[in-house]
Write a protein that binds this ligand. Structure first.
Ligand code: C5P
Length: 313
């Protein structure tokens, strides 16, 4: 096979707790990651010219070497130079549907798809664990995006414990097109305001990370209790993003007026989701939101929680 088409789903965070600092400058986190049906499409094709070439149908996506897609392909070239020499270069085409800089891991899931696609193209036969280890070299959320579904993520976000996720649960996702939040800014601001509360000794750090495994939200997920999950959702980064971006707070407040299970900002924002127990309910809430906030700048999506990550089509 000389080409593959892959589907790369976005994620939301049902839970995001910042526990402390790490020696590598990142934060120790305890998260629950959840894949959703909103997805990008990626085509990967052998090109015989020993070059990585990348194009995208969205003007919002930079197609230079800083892009995670490019960095994922470059990592594969560095790690497997013999395969690169044997099979030649790769043309990558990205059809973008996931909003960028939105807290939905859009760039991370595209990078995960590139790792999976090149593994197939070069017949490397890498295991999921090997792909996750490669993924961790270029971004904290990318290992999760490989297998997706529902998972506890600790460490930088790369230590994964898969969970059996909620069935038949939908979300309405809201994002202002013109609003982007820088993830490094969100974490840096959090550190400057809240580092006094960081856990510092190694034992307490791992105790806090382990506590999420037996926490109430994990129990609610395993009991398929979506309304309990919604009650226990949490995101520490809301403490810095909501005061700085009143539009994000407004989205949460608007969602809260309707008959939803709960609402939360995803990742470092600015996208906000409302958890709903049926597709009809989610469509109804989307309509209410559209009437309440008629701005063209507001994007609204209805999608489902899903139990998979990168798919080959
Ligand atoms: O790993 P990734 O490049 O996706 O992370 C983006 C930014 O988010 C990092 O540069 C860092 O500022 C912040 N971050 C963090 N701790 C983590 C993950 C991300 O501080 N565990």
């Amino acid at each position: 096979m000389r080409s593959y088409t892959l589907t790369a789903p976005a994620k939301i965070n049902l839970y995001l707790e910042i526990i402390g600092d790490r020696p590598d400058g990142y934060h120790e986190l305890a998260m629950i990651m959840q894949s959703i049906g909103l997805a990008d499409q990626i085509e990967i094709e052998a090109n015989d010219v020993q070059l990585i070439r990348f194009r995208c149908d969205s003007k919002e996506v930079p197609v230079d070497r800083s892009n995670l897609v490019y960095r994922a392909a470059d990592l594969m070239v560095q790690e497997f130079p013999d395969s690169f020499a044997t099979y030649g270069g790769v043309d990558i085409t990205l059809h973008k549907h996931i909003p960028v800089a939105a807290g939905l891991a859009g760039g991370s899931t595209d990078a995960a798809a590139v790792l999976v696609g090149i593994d197939l193209l070069w017949k490397l036969g890498l295991t999921k664990l090997e792909l996750e280890e490669l993924a961790a070299k270029i971004g904290s959320d990318i290992p999760f995006c490989i297998g997706g579904g529902t998972a506890i993520a600790t460490g930088r976000g790369e230590i994964l414990s898969p969970l059996l996720g909620l069935h038949n649960t939908y979300i309405v996702l809201a994002k202002y097109r013109s609003l982007e939040v820088s993830t490094p800014w969100a974490y840096k601001t959090y550190r400057s305001l809240y580092s006094d509360s960081y856990v510092t000794d190694k034992e307490s750090l791992s105790a806090r990370a382990n506590a999420v495994h037996s926490g109430e939200i994990v129990k609610a997920i395993s009991h398929q209790n979506a309304s309990e999950v919604a009650q226990k959702m949490h995101n520490d980064l809301e403490k810095v993003v909501l005061p700085e971006y009143p539009q994000v707070l407004q989205l949460k407040e608007s969602f809260a007026k309707y008959d939803i299970l709960g609402t939360m900002m995803s990742g470092s924002g600015p996208s906000v989701f409302a958890l709903c127990d049926s597709k009809d309910k989610a469509e109804e809430v989307k309509l209410h939101m559209r009437n309440e906030i008629p701005s063209d700048d507001l994007e609204l999506f209805v999608t489902q929680l899903i139990n998979y990550g990168i798919q080959v089509r």
